[in-house]
Design a protein around this ligand. Sequence first.
Ligand SMILES: *[C@@H]1O[C@H](CO)[C@@H](O)[C@H](O)[C@H]1NC(C)=O
Length: 247
Amino acid sequence: MEKSSALRVLLVGLVIACLGGVSNAGSDGKVLVEFYSESLCPYCANFVVNYLSKFFTNGMIDIVDLRMIPYGNARIYEGDAIVCQHGPDECELNIIQACAIDHYVNATKWFPFIECLETLVWDLPRAMVLPNWKYCVIPSGLELEPIESCYAGPAGEKIVRAFGAETDSLDPPHKYVPWVVVNGTPLYEEYEDVEKIVCDAYEGPLAKPEACGDVRSAGRGTSQKRGVCEKGQAVLGDASQVAHAGL
Ligand SMILES: *[C@@H]1O[C@H](CO)[C@@H](O)[C@H](O)[C@H]1NC(C)=O
């Protein structure tokens, strides 16, 4: 075979390998779980507090690559402002979450902070969540400075805009949040069965966690608020909803 055609065969082979779905799995054969969320959606809070939190206590996190993409049903409005479904505080809290996720990278590090914030969403009136976000930092084992400087400066908004671009380029597009994608496939309303779906999808070298042998779906009987925050319900056109105007 000629050198150039051998190279072509190699390249075609590489392209096929890349298109073959391998790119959808997480590292080390872990199952890639991507959670598109928005900070003040009560159903996202439910998913975090009653479902994802279990991953960190029952061994599931050992077989999962967890990504969280806080943006959800937000929109870019009137040129450049980000408008969030549950108002300006949601935009701020999305940025705070994005800063922690971006800085700490490892879900085992950033998740307790997200869980604390979403517990506030659950427990407090909506307007009380943003004023209290700092109380979640130290108990979660994180440091205030990196999160606060990211949030106060341009970095945080930049990360959220990248998350927004990623959310808006989902294929198929998201219809609501929580929008949970496992190895590239959206779960739609089945998101409450994420644990079972992850167990079934795992083909890596580790023994499946004991939780995988448990036939009950995670969270059954513990969650009170089920449902979704629909994309179509985004509040647009209200000037009071515009957060970070001019940024
Ligand atoms: C994330 O952090 C935990 C706890 O420190 C550690 O056990 C785990 O290996 C880390 N995961 C990755 C992918 O680095």
